[in-house]
Write a protein that binds this ligand. Sequence first.
Ligand code: CP
Length: 307
Amino acid sequence: MAQSLSVRHLVGIKDLTESDIQLILETASQFKEVINRPIKKVPSLRDVTIANVFFENSTRTRLSFELAEKRLSADVVNFSASGSSVKKGETLLDTVNNILAMKVDMVVMRHSSPGAPHYLTKHIKANVVNAGDGTHEHPTQALLDSFSIREKLGDVAGKRIAIIGDITHSRVALSNIFCLQKQGADVMVCGPKTLIPKYIEALGVKVGHDVRAALAWCDVANVLRIQLERQQIKYFPSLREYSLYFGISKQMLDELDRPIVLMHPGPINRGVELTSDAADSSHSIILDQVENGVAVRMAVLYLLAQL
Ligand code: CP
C-alpha cells in the first residue's frame, strides 16, 4: 500500500488509484479509533486553516467535515452562499480568492455546478476537496460508504452492491460506482428507466428495473433519494407510484432468503424510497455511515495536508 496519495486534491474518485483508496480507508480506521477515545482530538493539523465553502445546502457533509477538521485541531472557517456577497454577483473565483487572501490552506467546496472544484484546482494553490459538485461526484460519500461496507462485511472486493433509485441525478451513484469497481465489487444500478442514464452500461455495471430482483441479487443495497430539486421535467407520474414500484419496506428485506445490508447517504425521503420501518431496521447501517464519515474525512484531510 502507498504511503501517500497520488493526487493533491480530492476532486473525484475517478482520479484515485486503488492504492489511494486503501490508504484512505486504512487511515480512517486509525482515526475512527481516535474519535471513540474520551479525548477525541489529535494535533495533526495544528496551524492548518480550512475553509468550508458551501454553495448548496448540506447537513451531514458540512457538519462532518467541520467535526473532522476540529478533531484534527485545524482552524476552521465556514462560508455559505446564502447571506454572502455571491448574492451581489461575485464570481466563484473571486469569492474563493478572497477567502484564500485570509491565508487559508485547504478549501472544502460543495457547488451545484459539475466541475466547479476541478476549475478551482486550476486557479488556486490550496488543496481542494470536493464535497459534492452537482450531479457529478461526491467522493467522500463513496469513501465512507466503502468504509462502512468493509466494517460490516470485512471487504468490498467480491461483494455485490445494488445502487437503487435516482441514478441520473446522483453524484453519490457515480462516485460509488468508481470506488466499488476499483476495489473489485460487482455493481448493479436499479431504478425506473427514466432515472438511469443510457451510457451507464459503458461503466461496466449491471442495469435492472426490478427492485425485488436487485435485493435478491445483492449483499448491500445502497438506496438513493429522489432528487426532485434537480429534476426539470417529470420522470415518473407521482411519488406515490415511485414508492409503490421502487420503495423498499422492512417486510421486503425480511422476506429475502439471506440478510442484506441497507445503506442510504441521506437525507432520506421516508415513505418514498424507504419506509420508516426499513430505515430504522436492523438491516440498516445508515447512522454508522454518518459516524464513519467523520473518520474518513479526517483521513482525507490529513493525507492531503502531507503533500
Ligand atoms: N449525504 C449528503 O451529502 O448529505 P448532505 O446533503 O446533508 O450533506
